[in-house]
Design a protein around this ligand. Structure first.
Ligand code: ATP
Length: 380
């Protein structure tokens, strides 16, 4: 489901508060590479509005088109159809250097023969800014990325994390309206990547610049973003906050791409008062929100996150009768793999307590329960 962005030609931010003003808009953008039988549809009528001052992430598997969308915003590519707007103006035909946009690449692309300070000031020099202004901005950027002590080092002598900070400072120095970040953390080890996630978020809040971040790492997207666009095969499937995307996935792809989840098939017993009444595993009756356009008699898929499942002793009350399979202790929590009577698999993640776990073991007969609020219903 693509986010509605207004009628064609209508101002997208009409009536919205300043905080929700749209800074970057893709309007029905398609991008095709090659031609004839060999045509690759990298983007297929993508529409999205990225708000001013937000940390917006394009998330999806390799080849889904996220880098192509970023390159269209930067101006390195041009749309086959549709338009890219920046702050309300159509910039589709502008070359990259005429756009108030900067990009941080995975490879950093620093000048190895220049010092840290000269790298940061390079863009400002190219723009012909006065020397005093460049010096002040370089000082401010060095402070911002916590690299003051290394200002005179050559960038070839820096660690990967330090190079990343310099690349960020260099891209932020001309104060672009939009900073594009193409998988900038993927070359860093896990610990450094987590540190840089916090740093990036801090930099974005401190500068107020609109960040458009590309990643295939859902954890990274959830940790940093104000909103996420989940992409697959050249289309945007859902746009929403991390909570909306995780707890209210729009379809099977989003539910399975973001986090771990259980999919259960269910029979619809009835539709009443905006809710759907389902029967799961022949045993459990559940009421849940009604998917759009749903009619009685359809088969549906029920999505339940593993952390929302509870395991109780068999026969203790309502629940799905199941048998415990593998039990994996992971310190913070224990993973229980369950098998329902009809053969369907379920996976529960139970937080461990200091006094010990629930103590379920392989072969135990149990009942799996979950609160109605944890259930999402998707049409098959
Ligand atoms: P990754 O995470 O691997 O970078 P991505 O989601 O960023 O993937 P894109 O790089 O946008 O995906 O590519 C989308 C599709 O367009 C892919 O099928 C890719 O092979 C194709 N593509 C991208 N650039 C070109 C090009 N210059 N010529 C031909 N095909 C291209």
């Amino acid at each position: 489901m693509q986010e509605a962005i207004g009628r064609a030609g209508a101002p997208i931010d009409g009536g919205r508060s300043a905080a929700e003003r749209v800074m970057v808009e893709a309007r029905s953008v398609s991008k095709h590479f090659g031609g004839g039988d060999q045509v690759v549809k990298a983007l297929d009528a993508v529409s999205v509005g990225i708000r001013e001052g937000e940390f917006f992430t394009l998330l999806g598997p390799s080849g889904c088109g996220k880098t192509t969308l970023l390159r269209l915003i930067a101006g390195f590519e041009h749309p086959t159809m549709g338009a890219i707007l920046l702050d309300g103006a159509d910039i589709s035909a502008l070359p990259p250097y005429k756009r108030p946009v900067n990009t941080v690449f995975q490879s950093y692309a620093l000048f190895p023969h220049l010092t840290v300070a000269d790298n940061i000031g390079f863009g400002l020099q190219m723009l012909g800014r006065p020397k005093a202004e460049i010096a002040d901005t370089v000082d401010e950027m060095l402070r911002m990325v916590k690299m003051e002590a290394m200002r005179d080092r050559q960038t070839a002598q820096l660690s990967g994390g330090q190079q990343q900070r310099v690349a960020l400072a260099r891209a932020l120095a001309p104060r672009p309206k939009v900073l594009l970040l193409d998988e900038p953390l993927s070359a860093l080890d896990l610990k450094l990547r987590k540190e840089m996630q916090v740093e990036l978020k801090r930099l974005q809040l401190e500068t107020g610049i609109t960040f458009v971040f590309v990643t295939h790492d859902q954890g990274e997207a959830l940790a940093m973003s104000d909103r996420i666009a989940v992409m697959s095969e050249g289309r945007i499937l859902q746009v929403g906050s991390p909570h909306e995307i995780y707890e209210h996935p729009a379809d099977h792809f989003v539910a399975s791409f973001i986090g771990e989840t259980n999919f259960l098939t269910a029979a619809v017993e009835g539709i009443e008062a905006g809710q759907v009444r389902l029967r799961l595993g022949g045993a459990l009756e559940v009421r849940a929100g009604l998917p759009e356009g749903m009619t009685p008699g359809e088969r549906v898929t029920v999505v339940v996150r593993p952390e929302h499942l509870r395991i109780e002793a068999a026969g203790a009350g309502a629940g799905l009768p199941a048998t415990v399979g593998d039990v994996v202790y992971l310190g913070t929590d224990t993973h229980y793999h369950l098998r329902l009577a009809d053969g369907e698999a379920l996976f529960a993640r139970v937080q461990n307590r200091p006094e010990g776990g629930d103590g379920w073991q392989a072969g135990d007969a149990v009942a799996a329960t979950f609160p109605p609020s944890a259930v999402r219903v998707l049409r098959d």
